[in-house]
Each structure stands twice: as C-alpha cells, then as structure tokens.
Design a binder for this molecule. Sequence first.
Ligand code: XUL
Ligand code: CO
Length: 441
Amino acid sequence: MNAPASRFFGALDKVRYVGPDSDAPLGYRWYDKDRVIAGRTMAEHLRFAVCYWHSLCWPGGDPFGGETFLRPWMHGTVPMEMAEAKADVAFELFRLLDVPYFTFHDVDAAPEGANLVEQKDNVAAICDVFEEKMAETGVKLLWGTANLFSNRRYMAGAATNPDPDVFAYAAGQVRIALEATKRLGGANYVLWGGREGYETLLNTDMKRELDQFGRFLAMVAEHKHKIGFDGPLLIEPKPREPSKHQYDFDVATVYGFLERYDLLDDVKVNIEQNHALLAGHSFDHEVMLANALGIFGSIDINRGDALLGWDTDQFAMDVAELTLVMHEILKGGGFTTGGMNFDAKIRRQSLDPIDLLHGHVGSIDACARALINAAAMLEKGTLEMPRAERYAGWNAPEAKAILAGERTLAEVADRAIAAKLDPQPRSGRQEYLEGLVMRSV
Ligand code: XUL
Ligand code: CO
C-alpha cells in the first residue's frame, strides 16, 4: 500500500511538553506527562487514548457531502493491505502524540468479514499486526468493541432485533471482539447500543426488546468470566442518534437496566460529553451520578456544539467544563481501568495530517489544565467545604438516626412538633460558588 506513516505525517517530531509560554507551533503547554499531581503522574491520572474510528476511518463526509479527506489507506484495492497501512499510520499517530492507549471497533481495524468465519480470521490477522506494534511502541489498548450498528443487518437493532438470527450474529461478533480485546490485554470492553432502541413504537414490543438486551449482556458477562477477561464491560449511554430512542438513554436509565437484569457486578458506564448533552444533562451531572451509583468506568472525551444539537464529536476544549468533570472524577478516586478516550473528530475542512495532531494536542492540554485546576480545588476544598457545610445538619445524632432507619415517619413528625421546628431557608450561594470556580479555572 502506498501510505507508509512517515510519508503521511512527514518528518514531524514527537509532541513534547514545551510549557505554557512557548511559541512552538506544536507542543504540550500543560500536559507534562511525568509531573506528579495529587500522588499520580498526569499520564496515570488521565490515561489518554486515541480512537481508531474518527481519526483513521472517518472520511470527512456529512449528510450533504461526501469524502473530503482522501486518506490514502482508504483508497487501496486489497482490504487487508489497506488495514495494515492504516495500522502503520495509527501507531505513528499514537507515537507522535505520545499517548499511552488506543481504542477500536472490530471493523475499524480489520476488513469486515462476509461471514463470521471470515470476520474471525480478519480480526485475528489485525491482532497479529497490533501485537507487534504494541510491543514495539508500548502503546496499550484501553478498550475494544464491536460495531453492531453500521451493517444493514443491524438496521432494526442487534440484541434487540426481532430476528433471533441477527441476535446470534451480533453474539458472534461480540465474542470475536471480546476475545481480541482480551488477547491484546485491553483494560475494558465497551458496548454502545446505537441501534438498541426503536424508530417507531408501532412495530415495537419494548418489554421483549429489553429482555433480549438484558439476556445479551448477561451472555457477554458470562463469556467474559469464561475466558478470564478481567476488565469491566462498559455500557456507553446515549439517548438517540441513530435511533429515535435508545434504551441506554443516560446513566440513570442504564443503572436501572443493570439492576433489573442483575448486571451491576460486571458492567459500568463509559460517559461521553456529547451524549450527556443529547440526554439533556451536563457532562459533570453524568459523572457525578455514575460515581454516586458506583458505576463510573471511563470517559469518551469530546464536545457537542450548542447551536447544532447533534453528535458533532468535536475535540473538547472548554477548560471550565472539564475542570468540573475532573473534579468529580478525582473526588471519586480517579480512573481505575478507565481513561480519557478521544471519541472526537476533526472538522471536514481540516484536511492536513497535522490537523489530527492539533485536535488531540489542544484537547489533551485542556484536560491537563482541568486536572491541575481540579486537584487544586479539591486540595483547598473549594467546593467540598461549602458542600459539607450545606449538609452539616445531617451530622447531628438525631438526623443520622433517621437515615440509619432508626426512626419512623410518625416519630420524626412527632419530634418536629415537640421541638416546635420552624426551619428557615438558607442561601444556596450559587453566584458565590460560580465565582470560586471561575477563579480556579
Ligand atoms: C457513537 C459513539 C461510539 C462509541 C463506540 O456516538 O460514541 O463511537 O463510542 O461504539
Ligand atoms: Co463514544
């Protein structure tokens, strides 16, 4: 194939830390990977991953126009050679960015098989290539996943399809992708249910579809244990797009689903900024709730556009928003198996290879600034002190006894009468707190 990585990126150097005052066109201003913040290096805290699909596979199309990027590795004639050329460019991109992880769907990396036997062979062949490149570069796999939404067989869903043969085909694809993820030492396995939902209720039996989906996930969890894959399964909530309604609507809905189908021991969530917005939530809302429910797993880091309202998957650059998100992540103890996966794509006019670097470098720096800010806020108790103070009344013995289940409704009510309670409202101090955050950013 006519696309060796060196010819694509030219003679670029690895991106290094240059500090905030540097004029260098390309360099990390804030991401200093070995700098220790709150007991861990920045690299250990942030666990950045480059995604294969947007950075290596997306041709730059939109609903009104086709390919703009004309990537050489997407214009060959021999699919496996194209996949190998793509892997060359991918690992050169990871090396240039100096990121520790990558992520992929089965069909991003390997040519899609005409059947499951071919699919297995193709994925195995690309795993051979990946294994060699991972050993050479030290880049690791944050997670793998199966694409159960692009092929027309999945137009009515994968696990939730009315046809059990489609369910079975999806099971075959997930088995191959999960086993490949295990073979490559992946830290997690992701399931995004892009078509697990409906287009119209007129042809939908929602109870049946939910039961199918629950059974599918239980089978994936069983298989994960059977093959000894240690990482968690991660569901990625998203309310819609491509479907009109997706069953993994948001963190709260996923939690209810996991509880109903007894999957809480094996499954956590992979939260994405743009999906949070589509669900009508802020990014930090979804992270705070996942922590509260004990299902926080990982992050797909990107941003939506307030004016567009669909899943634009832009590179995250909003330091204020990211600071609040990092604050909640650190407060929850930070990442364990998860990390920050750039599920983000450069815009279709960003034609130059170096644009791929600028997108990642800018967003890596935004996350690094957010980490520094959030760690300082936690250390100073910027939000934690006022929050603790706001709930301080609950530390009183009588209040604790209520929450411990030691009082009945009548006892609490009688005490309110006996003590002649007349609680007075207190300020929520929102503007004061917003000012504190502003000064921390
Ligand atoms: C789609 C999306 C996916 C998942 C993986 O919106 O975010 O790329 O991250 O299937
Ligand atoms: Co995503």
